[in-house]
Design a binder for this molecule. Structure first.
Ligand SMILES: C[S@@+](CC[C@H](N)C(=O)[O-])C[C@H]1O[C@@H](n2cnc3c(N)ncnc32)[C@H](O)[C@@H]1O
Length: 392
């Protein structure tokens, strides 16, 4: 066969197994080149509230309004899109989110460690060569097959997740994280959802091709990665800029992305309800009535030169679960207790998976230059002896 006439478009939507059936074993190098040369970029994931399209705007403002900044903390990091820009601007970047799946992503994209790309490509070749008819049903397919994924894809995903756990002793930690992150990025493309796992689309699922590609992993020396409650972490770190992008409404991220949490933890919990969710874990106080008190507590304990808060005006939303838990005026009032606050706005149409209509949607960026003396006295009742040293 004349392989020089075959173009990437002809084969990149086939699995390796299908390409070999169609063109013969010698197609393998070309298929690998076509599929593996396009690793997943960090921002190519569907995630509610992801700031990927706003980072230029955010950092243009930060560059103008902040001075003498060397460290940056993304304390509600989500996909990590903001940190992904911060790593090019600051010596030290702290990334934090309490979800297991997000933590694995940060370790995979940025964490220190070694990985052997060819070894990973060989593993992916084996995964992309599996015929779903040759493998049996498993935890993932029994729970999610015919719901979030077509039956065959669900079987493959569960099988691959089992294999990654089986071969863990032969992988470095970085390789293990890269494989899990790559699995999530690959299945995000074929999930039968509107971008999250609150529900699946209740129509017959058109089978989609499950092809696993790697993420675009890096190793960044100044990055520190945490998986903590933001308010606990804030008590234990110092940073020049503390960037906060908390949830805005009652929608819990751990309930929206539960499938990824299950896939990463892989302790195969019992799932319930139509949405096949595990028992609640990592439920955020920022999504509850006490959101404002929780925000005040974090601000009171933040040891930094600048506090930067992203927020948007969904409080006029028609769906109650989409309404803001904290009002913009309340954010300003709390921040003003620490120092001078500037507010910037941007009209923006966010990724919104639900039915909520965001009329006049605006993204807000608050920047407060912290005056520790003012902050210590404003929050003295909360700080109870934990005042931050002035002049530090
Ligand atoms: C609005 S999203 C952040 C989006 C992120 N800036 C991005 O660009 O992808 C809020 C994040 O905060 C996390 N989160 C919510 N409450 C938290 C808490 N108490 N501690 C740590 N993380 C929390 C959620 O898991 C979610 O990923």
């Amino acid at each position: 066969m004349d392989y020089s006439k075959i173009r990437c478009e002809d084969i990149e939507s086939c699995t390796l197994r299908e390409a070999i059936v169609e063109y013969g074993n010698d197609i393998k190098p070309l298929w690998q080149e076509c599929v593996y040369s396009r690793p997943y970029k960090l921002e190519s994931r569907r995630y509610i509230g992801c700031k990927a399209k706003l980072t230029d705007w955010i950092f243009d403002i930060l560059q103008k309004q902040t001075h003498n900044v060397h460290s940056f903390c993304d304390i509600f990091a989500g996909t990590g899109s903001v940190s992904n820009k911060a790593i090019h601007l600051y010596n030290n970047v702290i990334m934090n989110d309490f979800l297991y799946s997000n933590n694995i992503m940060y370790k995979a994209f940025f964490g220190i460690g070694t990985w052997d790309k060819n070894k990973l490509y060989n593993i992916l070749d084996a995964f992309n060569g599996i015929n779903p008819d040759d493998i049996s049903d498993n935890y993932f397919s029994i729970n999610y097959g015919g719901k979030y994924f077509d039956e065959n894809s669900a079987k493959l995903i569960g099988h691959i997740r089992n294999v990654i756990e089986d071969i863990k002793p032969t992988l470095t930690e970085k390789e293990y994280c890269i494989l899990l992150a790559s699995l999530i990025y690959s299945i995000d493309k074929i999930a039968n959802t509107l971008g999250h796992f609150e529900a699946y689309i209740k129509k017959e699922i058109k089978p989609k091709k499950f092809i696993m590609r790697l993420i675009d992993a890096q190793c960044v020396s100044g990055v520190k990665i945490y998986q903590e409650d933001a308010n606990t972490l804030a008590r234990n770190i110092h940073t020049d800029v503390l960037y906060m992008d908390p949830p805005y409404n009652s929608r819990q991220y751990s309930r929206f992305y539960h499938v990824y949490e299950v896939l990463v933890k892989w302790d195969k919990p019992q799932l319930s309800g139509t949405a096949r969710k595990p028992k609640p874990e990592h439920m955020s106080d920022y999504c509850r009535v006490k959101a404002l008190d929780t925000f005040v507590d974090l601000i009171a304990h933040a040891d930094c030169k600048y506090i930067v808060v992203s927020y948007n005006n969904t409080y006029k939303s028609k769906s109650s679960s989409s309404q803001n838990k904290i009002r913009l005026e309340q954010i300003k009032e709390v921040l003003d207790k620490c120092g001078n606050t500037l507010i910037f706005t941007h009209s923006y149409n966010p990724f919104n998976a639900g039915k909520t209509e965001f009329d006049d949607h605006k993204e807000f960026l608050f920047i407060t230059e912290v005056d520790n003396e003012k902050r210590n006295s404003s929050f003295s009742s909360i700080l109870c002896g934990r005042q931050i040293q002035v002049g530090k």
